[in-house]
Unconditional design. Structure first.
Length: 241
């Protein structure tokens, strides 16, 4: 059985009227959205964006027919200072809008990346909120606590959102968000447990390790109680067997 595809290329339309038709199904945003400082996202606006992103002479060629690449998607982003549009990867675009994703196990390298991003955003404008989205199993104790301490030291308010799951120290970071700006999606899952460790060596080393774990456990309980407004005894009741 032979299968054929129509490979005829049509002349792309670059006129503003054609661009408006491409986005005719979009609705204008509400007045509250406009008051936030964003440009009105109506069909005329998208028409101008569509025209500004078109490059070349508009001649039909096979190079203009492209599939979505495998990897990080690229999206159009408007530089607010220069007013120009450019293609950037989606994570870069979200960082510029003060959105941070924690979607993997938190280790030292990933923690340093999150710390650097938060500190940089705080130096740019400490009056705007940073949005942290969590969807992960938690991670190592020291790198996670480094993120927590940085969140508390920033002048910028930090809102936290759980999408998917927030286990262990990811749930601890979720509770560290600004009050009134901590959210969880309806089907998200949140679970916390006491810190655990494996001690080896002499009896004194094992005893010191156990004391350190107990100290960290009490610190986590007290911080959870402070952030959630619950008594420390109630928090420890749900953790201890």
């Amino acid at each position: 059985m032979a299968v054929s595809f129509n490979t005829t290329l049509h002349q792309p339309c670059l006129s503003p009227s054609c661009s408006i038709k491409l986005y005719s199904g979009l609705k204008p945003q509400s007045a509250s959205f406009l008051a936030s400082g964003y440009q009105n996202l109506n069909k005329e606006f998208y028409g101008r964006v569509h025209k500004s992103l078109q490059s070349g002479t508009g001649k039909a060629s096979r190079s203009r027919v492209k599939m979505m690449p495998i990897g990080t998607p690229r999206v159009p982003y408007r530089n607010r200072e220069e007013g120009t549009w450019q293609w950037v990867d989606i994570w870069n675009a979200l960082y510029r809008e003060r959105v941070i994703f924690i979607g993997q196990n938190i280790d030292e390298e990933f923690s340093n990346q999150i710390l650097a991003t938060m500190l940089y955003l705080d130096t740019l404008d400490d009056s705007r909120r940073i949005y942290m989205y969590l969807n992960g199993p938690g991670g190592d104790l020291t790198p996670s606590l480094a993120i927590y301490d940085t969140m508390k030291s920033l002048k910028s308010p930090v809102g936290t959102h759980c999408v998917g799951l927030a286990y262990n120290l990811a749930g601890f970071l979720l509770a560290a968000g600004e009050k009134g700006h901590r959210f969880a999606m309806p089907l998200s899952r949140i679970a916390l447990q006491s810190p655990a460790g494996a001690a080896r060596g002499q009896a004194d080393d094992i005893q010191n390790e156990a004391k350190e774990l107990s100290r960290i456990r009490d610190y986590l309980f007290n911080e959870l109680a402070k952030n959630t407004g619950q008594p420390a005894e109630r928090v420890s009741f749900f953790f201890l067997p």
